[in-house]
Design a protein around this ligand. Sequence first.
Ligand code: SF4
Ligand code: SF4
Length: 375
Amino acid sequence: MANTGKAFIVSRGELQSLFDAVIARGFMPVGPIVRDGAIVYDELRHVQDLPEGWTEDQDAGTYRLKRRDDKALFGFNNGPHSWKQYLFPPRSKLWQGEKTEDGGFTVEEAEDTEKPFAFIGVRACDLHAIQVQDKVFMSDRHPDPLYAGRRGKALVIVVNCGQAATTCFCTSMNTGPRAQGGFDLALTEVLDGDDHYFVAEPGSTAGFSLLAEVPHTEADKDNVAAALECTARAEQQMGRKIDVSGVKELLYRNYDNERWDALEKRCLACGNCTMACPTCFCSKVEDVTDLTGDHAERWREWDSCFTMDFSYIHGGSVRPTTRSRYRQWLVHKLATWQDQFATSGCVGCGRCITWCPVGIDLTEEVRLIREREKD
Ligand code: SF4
Ligand code: SF4
């Protein structure tokens, strides 16, 4: 098995003890729940809050919840949310300032008052997405205090995938469906007739000590084989694939490929793909004051490279066409990201495909760019 090589069994009935142990340690547990017709992330204190017996149909521009014929607790794939909303919140205060009586100004950095998060149900691709954002926000030279603070305290509980959506392509990106390390605890949900249990693999000291508070037994080789079978099934179901061999050079050679023109006609520049993507990190900064002008605040908010304003520099936008903005996004994800952060900016989660209102699919776009180049 991954990481420590140790595997244990936690029965379905004992899963609440894991939640209780997480809460007792002062973490705020967040994980998947059903809300507004989708599986999203929110505070999660009880096993009953999980999407028991739910799954979904996903395809380009399509997401529909549906019932499973079993009582799986994690029998679904990624929804519209990702963990970045906790580590890099959509809106966060950077500082606030007050005018002083002598006409000066005092500035106070915003304090993060959130409890440490315990992420429950992180998929392997999303664990990689967190590691990609670590490179962006926790570099030696300019670490982001909010991100670094939250990330340093977070507890990560992975749930390996037992199925894949038609939009998933983590195997192409070498990011899943089985987490290989970088977690505190990894669970694989096994349903075998009336047997319903989790194969638990601690990946850190925190994971071991958490598991010590949860009733468990040692996994035997049949349990381990059953867990490996789950992720093998997900691998076989992988709905999409992408050929990433030489993709950086391919995209750099193809700034004028005719596919970009086709995207000019299709893409709505709505920015959904960037909001749903677990690695996108563009933001803008806004200053606000009260009516008296005595109190001012600076806020950071998610932004998107698809907005005209994002590349506005002194009198005009550097990327005035939708064609140029889609090209910037795709080339950044798969090519320039490698130069900047020594990793791909895409982990193959498929969210940008599902949540694109017109069903634009980056795997298809890369395939067509390759084809058109040959032509
Ligand atoms: S680019 Fe698309 S598939 Fe890749 S990580 Fe972002 S949302 Fe997921
Ligand atoms: S690719 Fe799709 S989701 Fe992204 S900006 Fe264009 S229309 Fe919106």
